[in-house]
Unconditional design. Structure first.
Length: 142
């Protein structure tokens, strides 16, 4: 195991900033450049903000678990919550060829996550939404 951290957040947008140092440390551990690190932060933040905005009914407190693991060649971000069941991988891709004013509202965050990550999968397990996002890399030779 190259890197492993877990973080539990409340479903409050104020909590999202806590993710940044963890994502940065993981990206540094696997040798990602600055651009890739910014992209990883963007994807993970977008995922967590979507959970904050949509997973729990308004005025309901819930948790969001973020597990980050790096094994040889794969950096995984696992985001889980006990909110309303929703599989973002089933959401059709946004037609980015259309002008912004002609597009349907929503879906850009999921499109962004799928564009940045190499693999995105969802499962509903033990009453939790579990979204796993993976980015592959070449292990650093020491």
């Amino acid at each position: 195991m190259v890197f492993k951290r877990s973080l539990t957040l409340k479903n409050d947008v104020q909590e999202v900033d806590q993710i940044v140092p963890v994502v940065q440390a993981a990206c540094e551990a696997v040798g990602f450049d600055e651009l890739t690190t910014v992209q990883m932060n963007l994807a993970v933040e977008e995922c967590v903000v979507n959970v904050v905005d949509y997973a729990y009914p308004e005025d309901t407190q819930g948790d969001i678990m973020v597990d980050v693991e790096a094994n040889e060649g794969c950096l995984s971000f696992i985001v889980s919550d006990q909110g309303v069941a929703f599989d973002p991988t089933k959401k059709g891709d946004v037609d980015t060829t259309l002008p912004a004013e002609e597009r349907q509202i929503g879906g850009l965050g999921i499109f962004l996550i799928k564009s940045i990550m190499d693999d995105v999968s969802y499962e509903r397990s033990e009453g939790r939404n579990v979204l796993t996002m993976k980015k592959y890399y070449k292990p650093i030779k020491v």
